[in-house]
Design a protein. Structure first.
Length: 74
């Protein structure tokens, strides 16, 4: 029961955050006189695309202590 209440509380906080940042906008379109009120929700639209680019990536050379050019030869 506590888990259900915690999940419900988290959902309410998420919806409140989305309303605060303007991602969700809810407007009442019909007043509540005798009938149930009617609402219209306007949510944000997200577009995702790809783009090809050439990026210069630095190279890294690692020299371990045993792989140096000056080794002691016997």
């Amino acid at each position: 029961m506590r888990t259900l209440l915690a999940l419900l509380g988290i959902a309410v906080l998420i919806v409140a955050g989305l309303l605060f940042f303007g991602i969700i906008s809810i407007d009442q379109t019909r007043p509540a006189v005798v009938q149930a009120p009617q609402f219209q929700a306007d949510v944000a639209r997200v577009s995702v695309g790809t783009e090809n680019k050439t990026v210069a990536v630095p190279t890294i050379d690692v020299e371990r202590p045993g792989e140096t050019a000056t080794t002691n030869a016997r």
